[in-house]
Design a protein around this ligand. Structure first.
Ligand SMILES: [Zn+2]
Length: 246
């Protein structure tokens, strides 16, 4: 029980669409707060942290960053925190526009990953990705990613978006997770599964299932349209493509 006492319940894992909530302050520093639960996504997995604000006793603090702190989440404030606020109830609000953009890009990267395999490139692994406010980049371990190949990927990904696949999140056992072929195609994904009792999986219905701790849209149609940006070679096996959503 000790452990659960100090764990921040991550509400965004069950419902990525929560824009505000109330929570109890469990710890404070000069410039940070921790809560018993949160809607703030902490930076990780190529997705930037949420921003937003919290209200305590009628005073507003801007949240400029959120980072994992073990099983808790530290919420960094722009202003110094006044007085002892431990045990008080706070109202939490995220910058929804920023988060929703991140959710669209994050889900778009899943779709491109799935499309790579649909188009018959099982050796083409995504080795990393980074989401920004206006674009995302995806790195591949692959020799032959030229602009035509990248264009084909984006074209097929946009078809998937138009097909309006529902996206569902659920928890399965580690054994079940390990028995599903291709559940984690990347090394971080496999490490994640091995370290967990229960594995959160994200399924783009009719397309793909991945182990994952991120935030996603509920339907591929919410993404809009993916546009191909730069395609670059960063080495013999290291290729990078940039996407923008409109
Ligand atoms: Zn994800």
């Amino acid at each position: 029980m000790e452990e659960s006492d100090v764990m921040t319940l991550k509400l965004y894992l069950d419902n990525s669409y929560l824009k505000d909530t109330t929570a109890v302050i469990t710890e404070q520093g000069d410039d940070y707060l921790q809560f018993d639960r949160t809607i703030f996504y902490p930076v990780g997995g190529g997705q930037p942290s949420d921003r937003g604000h919290v209200e305590i006793d009628g005073k507003t603090y801007q949240i400029v960053d959120a980072k994992k702190n073990g099983s808790e989440v530290k919420h960094f404030t722009a202003e110094e925190i006044e007085g002892d606020v431990s045990g008080k109830i706070a109202k939490l609000f995220i910058d929804w526009e920023r988060r929703y953009t991140h959710m669209k890009y994050h889900t778009a990267i899943h779709i491109i990953d799935a499309v790579v395999h649909l188009l018959g490139n099982p050796d083409m692994l995504i080795t990393g990705s980074q989401i920004y406010e206006d674009r995302a980049r995806i790195d591949f371990d692959f020799e032959k990613l030229d602009r035509d190949t990248a264009s084909d990927l984006v074209k097929r990904a946009n078809e998937v978006i138009k097909e309006a696949h529902p996206i569902v999140v659920r928890e399965i056992s580690r054994d079940e997770a390990l028995s599903i072929e291709g559940l984690a195609r990347t090394e971080p994904g496999r490490k994640l599964i091995m370290s967990l009792e229960k594995v959160r999986v994200v399924e783009i219905q009719g397309l793909d299932m991945q182990a994952d701790g991120g935030t996603h849209v509920r339907n591929t149609s919410e993404i809009g349209k993916i546009n191909l940006g730069k395609v670059q070679s960063k080495g013999k096996h290291n290729k990078r493509m940039e996407i923008r959503i409109s």
